[in-house]
Design a protein around this ligand. Structure first.
Ligand code: NAP
Length: 249
């Protein structure tokens, strides 16, 4: 059977030169019209729809690794695997693992080996602040890597590159997206907007305050938009664009 259609694979720019020190990074999330990733309840808020979940599944199948912050594991308990059996089989035929390497970053190490992420099926890595408790809490459920104090995201990406990760999908949450986008570590953003508001300041936002590389003078480059049911999908590239306007004399 042919490789299933990968939305990203058809339009993604050439993969980084082999000499590049970090993977090509796609940041992906779904948010409300007012920029929230979730509401403030313990129940997981669904911002997506089946067609969009399938788009994300194709993106996962494209990736060599999927990274989230520990907050997302604690809030959503995701498995972060490729759901489609066809896509998993296509990966295996291409001599890739059935599901991407799964990666979490944590300073505290406040993670529980009973989480779905640590199900023992497929490799998972925990980049943790050495001062945290990840190693003692997780035992052999995951490979725990000391990522410095404070944890350095560039070092995490460089380490992933040495492990053969050329394509990294970052699935949130907001704290993680903020860092990738302020530190210039995301190459593109795939953003889905749901047609409702949350309006609760206790809920997590897509990004928090920060000095973003793509401010008004260097906007992201919009390369694709489409409706997915009542959702709006937008794909942006973050590469620096020429200054948007000259400073006024
Ligand atoms: N709608 C969507 O597409 C989507 C996607 C993902 C998540 N979400 C939602 O987003 C929310 C979670 O977002 P969040 O912002 O609270 O959490 P998050 O970004 O998932 O994780 C934050 C945590 O990651 C670790 N971390 C992040 N940066 C770090 C660094 N530089 N060094 C060390 N550790 C670092 C820390 O873990 P420790 O606290 O363990 O130190 C931090 O508390 C949840 O409500 C989830 O449902 C929504």
């Amino acid at each position: 059977m042919d490789e299933p259609t990968l939305t990203l694979g058809q339009t993604v720019p050439a993969l980084p030169d082999s000499g590049r020190s970090r993977p090509y990074v796609v940041a992906s999330c779904a948010m409300s019209l007012d920029g929230y990733l979730d509401d403030a309840t313990a129940r997981r808020l669904i911002l997506s729809n089946p067609e969009d979940f399938d788009r994300v599944d194709a993106l996962r199948a494209w990736a060599d690794a999927i990274l989230v912050g520990a907050g997302t594991l604690r809030a959503d308990n995701p498995r972060l695997k490729v759901r489609s059996a066809e896509r998993r089989a296509a990966r295996v035929r291409a001599q890739r693992p059935a599901t991407p390497l799964r990666v979490v970053i944590s300073a505290t190490g406040n993670l529980d080996r009973a989480m779905a992420f640590f199900d023992g099926a497929g490799e998972c890595l925990v980049y943790a602040d050495a001062a945290g408790r990840a190693r003692e809490r997780l035992g052999t459920s995951a490979t725990v890597i000391d990522a410095g104090t404070p944890l350095d995201l560039r070092a995490v990406l460089a380490d992933l590159a040495t492990r053969g990760v050329e394509r990294l999908l970052v699935e949130g949450g907001g704290t993680v997206h903020t860092q990738f986008l302020t530190q210039g570590l995301a190459d593109e953003l795939q953003l889905v907007t749901a047609p409702f508001f949350i309006g609760d300041p206790r809920a997590p936002r897509f990004v928090g305050p920060g000095r973003f590389l793509n401010g008004p003078e260097h906007p992201l480059r919009l390369t694709e938009t489409r409706a997915i049911g009542d959702l709006i999908y937008a794909r942006y590239l973050t590469a620096p664009t020429p200054a948007r306007k000259e400073a006024q004399p």
